[in-house]
Design a protein around this ligand. Structure first.
Ligand SMILES: Cc1ncc(COP(=O)(O)O)c(C=O)c1O
Length: 391
């Protein structure tokens, strides 16, 4: 993935590959004001080592309570982003050989954290409308898994979200089977359509859910700041485990983000970010419909930053990538997200948050020309009609 992202960074390439917000949508001016205020007010303390910054923990607890999670300031464990949260939970909970259930396509960092601690992955089927298939999850639990790692909101790479009933059921299954459920949630604040849904953690009466939240996508990735709401009795162990990774998150960043939240900058920032993403997603989906309507499937996100496109079986998106890069456009082939060896070959992940509206139109034109040529080459119209009828 690192190699691919390096190739896509070449000048002239329109990239739908990463998962970055667009530079011009970052709250540069607001962060400058907050940073200045923090340095003036807190002087040297902002540049010191220090324990988690309590006013930030309090603001996050308030944000989580608004989302339906019962929690107090002391429940908020500050992290340096969700990747660190995933690593910490993996260190805490995974013994070598443990079976960890994940969505059958999932964020590469989820797989890396679990596999890095000797886990075996149990891929659980997903649906292109609602994400995780809860019946398949229950089957996996019946066969015996030791942990679940799920991305319920604007899933990476699928872009879809679990509905409310599935969230209730996921919490209930974790409780019934007595397994920890890690809820990896960097994207829920990036909703641009539909109604907000409470996280799975809001239904966690049994104290099985480790909720991971992050400022990376809702404010800026370079902050490297996130939080975890973990079962309370495990917090001391998490604190000790974290000491071997870093010595707390940056005081400067914690104080700056607390200032950003306290000044009420988050809501207007999200409104403009989500409005921009809504338009880019609309343009991308429109281009897909015009070029591939009836011949391919793709997800319809209500937020987040990704569309998942599934081409007719037999089209290998890894092979298409080389031609696409020659045409100066990039995406990530689906196999990179597959928890099951050999899956995702005909799929690709498309990011819509980074390119300009014009970039999306131009990039989709380039990409869809490559895709169309591959499909037309492999599936002359008549053969494709027969294939589609079999579906
Ligand atoms: C699903 C998911 N989890 C975790 C992360 C890592 O996020 P952070 O920047 O908070 O470490 C990402 C980043 O793209 C992600 O998509």
């Amino acid at each position: 993935m690192r190699e691919l992202l390096a190739r896509t960074a070449r000048p002239g390439v329109i990239s739908f590959a990463g998962g970055l917000p667009a530079n011009r949508n970052l709250p540069l001016e607001q962060l400058r004001v907050c940073l200045d205020a923090v340095l003036s007010r807190d002087d040297g303390r902002a540049l010191q080592y220090g324990p988690p910054y309590a006013p930030l923990q309090e603001l996050i607890a308030g944000y989580m309570r608004e989302r339906g999670v019962v929690c107090e300031t002391g429940d908020v464990f500050i992290t340096s982003g969700n990747q660190q949260g995933l690593e910490l939970v993996a260190r805490l909970l995974i013994d070598p050989g443990a079976v960890v259930a994940v969505e059958e396509y999932t964020f590469t960092g989820v797989m890396q954290a679990a596999l890095g601690h000797g886990a075996t992955l149990a891929p659980v089927a997903v649906d292109l409308r609602a994400g995780l298939d809860l019946d398949a999850l229950e089957d996996a639990l019946r066969r015996g898994v030791q942990m679940l790692i799920l991305i319920p909101d604007f899933h990476n790479p699928l872009g879809v979200s679990m509905d409310a009933a599935s969230r209730v059921r996921a919490a209930e299954l974790a409780a019934r089977y007595g397994v920890p459920l890690v809820e990896d949630d960097p994207y829920s604040a990036l909703r641009f359509a539909g109604e907000p849904l409470p996280p799975v953690k809001a239904y966690d009466d049994a104290g099985r859910v480790f909720y991971l939240g992050s400022f990376s996508k809702m404010v800026a990735p370079a902050l490297r700041l996130g939080w975890m709401i973990a079962p309370r009795e495990l917090q001391p162990r998490l604190t000790v485990l974290r000491e071997s990774l870093d010595l707390e998150s940056s005081q400067l960043v914690q104080r700056t983000v607390a200032e950003f939240l306290a000044r009420g900058y988050l809501r207007p920032h999200l409104e403009q970010l989500n409005a921009a993403n809504r338009e880019r997603c609309r343009l991308m989906a429109g281009a897909l419909e015009r070029a591939l309507g009836g011949q391919a499937h793709w997800t319809t996100p209500q937020g987040g930053v990704f569309i998942w496109l599934v081409l007719p079986g037999g089209v290998d998106t890894q092979l298409i990538l080389n031609t696409a890069l020659d045409a100066q456009v990039a995406f990530v082939p689906g196999f990179a997200f597959a928890a099951r060896e050999g899956a995702g070959r005909s799929a690709m992940r498309l990011n819509f948050s980074n390119a300009t509206a014009q970039g999306i139109q131009e990039g989709m034109e380039r990409l869809l020309a490559v895709v169309r040529a591959t499909i037309d080459d492999r599936f002359p119209a008549e053969a494709y009609r027969l294939l589609a009828a079999d579906d």
